[in-house]
Design a protein around this ligand. Structure first.
Ligand SMILES: C[S@@+](CC[C@H](N)C(=O)[O-])C[C@H]1O[C@@H](n2cnc3c(N)ncnc32)[C@H](O)[C@@H]1O
Length: 215
């Protein structure tokens, strides 16, 4: 038996499961399960634009800023964000699943960060205050949210004028969203595109809320 004969059924089963998951997510929220958090926590070696260090470096953080980690999952970006804004800054890590938040909290506490708040809420439900954040990151989350327009509208509202939202998508995610789809949603919410990094299958887009600089 060849190696391929062993791997092929697994690859096909994975692709079918990913397709069904993606389709089902159009109608209701079926977030990435907590037991898969180990996979989310890996920094993908093939896509630079999905690495926590790249995302955090390119969003131009400075000490004292307030940042939203929307759909923080197990906290892959939460600790690097907390480090970048320093003790006078604040990170709000929001996720719909308490199990993900518990993992993110354990990691940031173990690293000694005290400038992180955890919020169990669904992005798009309007729980975030208006004009609070200088920056927001939405990393491989958008496709898991059935009402994406509501999610983008809430991100727009909760950023300060001049604030920046980084949306990250990668083709390995079963809920991958194309650049055109993300851009349409963001522009409809009132954002303007400020920067693009990567390629069509793995990218970061920075959207700005028009207005005075937040920083
Ligand atoms: C693939 S994980 C990405 C986690 C993290 N952003 C990262 O890149 O490491 C997607 C996360 O989005 C969360 N999520 C899905 N729908 C959400 C919603 N409506 N509001 C907040 N979080 C949501 C899931 O619970 C999950 O933790």
């Amino acid at each position: 038996m060849r190696l391929w004969d062993i791997f092929l059924p697994g690859v096909v089963a994975f692709l079918i499961a990913a397709f069904v998951w993606r389709l089902a997510s159009r109608r209701r929220s079926i977030p990435c399960p907590v037991w898969l958090r180990w996979l989310v926590e890996l920094d993908n070696p093939f896509t630079k634009t999905n690495r926590a260090a790249f995302i955090v470096e390119t969003i131009a953080l400075s000490s004292g800023m307030t940042v939203l980690d929307a759909g923080c999952g197990p906290g892959r970006l939460t600790a690097p964000l907390a480090r970048s804004v320093g003790p006078s800054g604040r990170v709000v890590a929001l996720d719909i699943q308490p199990g993900m938040l518990a993992r993110a909290k354990a990691k940031t506490e173990a690293a000694g960060y005290t400038n992180v708040e955890f919020l169990a809420a669904a992005l798009g439900d309007g729980m975030l205050p208006a004009g609070r954040f200088d920056r927001a990151v939405l990393v491989t989350v958008l496709g898991e949210i059935p009402d994406r327009a509501a999610a983008l509208a809430e991100l727009f509202r909760t950023l300060k004028p001049g604030g920046i939202l980084a949306v990250v998508e990668v083709i390995f995610d079963p809920h991958f969203q194309s650049r055109a789809a993300v851009t349409n949603l963001a522009l409809s919410a009132g954002f303007r595109e400020r920067a693009f990094f990567g390629r069509s299958l793995a990218y970061v887009i920075h959207f700005e809320k028009p207005g005075e600089n937040a920083a």
